[in-house]
Design a protein around this ligand. Structure first.
Ligand code: G1P
Length: 290
């Protein structure tokens, strides 16, 4: 069956990044680098790999540097070219004009509200959402795995992974139905439930493919967990009227919204790099006193 291709992705990047202060006082947290690549770059690369062309950033005050990151830096590039330096390192930051669009979320009112801010640009087609805090490493990438699943089952898809039961109250949690390979039917969704009320330990891990109707649902969505307009609540309302599946991501996930997750990602990716892996391993071993 042919389905509308997923051409657009929304990146909610308006968050204040308070957990990383003072580092994020003047720099958006999505520009913090894992080694030498900003978090947002990993997410954009993942979307591109999945065939997505148009990226929509939902930004806020003080987050303009995120847009600058994907612009042509004329002075930098001219100077580098003059000095005979290799410009290919900037290749992933290039955008065809018009393919990076930003809208502002004027007030932080939650993830659901942030997504709703992109409604006019998303229009009437299915779209992806990527939360750059969640760094997904896999081959193929998480969004590519989801797009493949989307071509099979259509409807709405979220990526999930299992966490220790005591951690579920920090996340959106699914009530799982029938499973078939990497796909699990979603029977219910609840945002940040108390541990003893969580329907499973399968959490929503920051990647979505949703039908445009979610925008209509968000329009009237009231406040949920934490007093915020929650995407999870709007999605929960769509269960039953549209197919809803979870994709268990085959790969690794680093929670870069937490400091220890950020350090873990930095170490893991540095250890794997051809240009520094061996040296980083020696350093780590020395620090650990081995
Ligand atoms: C958001 C979502 C939650 C999801 C999580 C993944 O929560 O609301 O459902 O599990 O991202 O990181 P937040 O981390 O913004 O509180």
């Amino acid at each position: 069956m042919s389905r509308k291709p997923i051409r657009k992705a929304v990146f909610p990047v308006a968050g204040l990044g308070t957990r990383f202060l003072p580092a994020t006082k003047a720099i958006p947290k999505e520009l913090l680098p894992i080694v030498d690549r900003p978090l947002i770059q990993y997410a954009v690369d993942e979307a591109r790999e999945a065939g997505i062309e148009q990226m929509i950033f939902v930004t806020g005050r003080g987050k303009t540097a995120l847009i600058e990151n994907f612009d042509i830096a004329f002075e930098l590039e001219a100077t580098m070219a003059e000095r005979g330096k290799d410009l290919s390192v900037l290749e992933p930051t290039r955008f065809t004009p018009g393919d990076l669009i930003s809208v502002r979320q004027q007030v932080p009112m939650g993830l659901g509200h942030a997504i709703w801010c992109a409604r006019a640009i998303v229009g009437d087609e299915p779209f992806a959402i990527l939360l750059p805090d969640e760094l997904m490493v896999g081959e193929p990438g998480c969004m590519a795995q989801m797009v493949e699943a989307y071509h099979e089952v259509g409807g709405n898809l979220i990526s999930v992974l299992e966490v220790p039961h005591e951690e579920v109250s920090s996340y959106g949690v699914i009530d799982p139905g029938a499973a078939n390979g990497a796909l699990t039917e979603v029977k219910g969704l609840v945002e940040k439930p108390p541990v003893d009320q969580a329907p499973s330990n399968k959490i929503v891990s920051g990647r979505y493919i949703l039908q445009p109707e979610v925008m209509r649902t968000l329009e009237t969505q009231g406040k949920g967990a934490g007093g915020e307009i929650q995407l999870t609540d709007a999605m929960a309302k769509m269960i039953g009227s549209q197919p809803f599946h979870a994709v268990t991501f085959e790969g690794r996930r680093f929670d870069c919204g937490s400091k220890t997750g950020f350090v873990e990602a930095t170490l893991a990716l540095a250890l794997e790099r051809d240009d520094m892996g061996k040296e980083v391993r020696r350093i780590a071993e020395r620090l650990l006193g081995r």
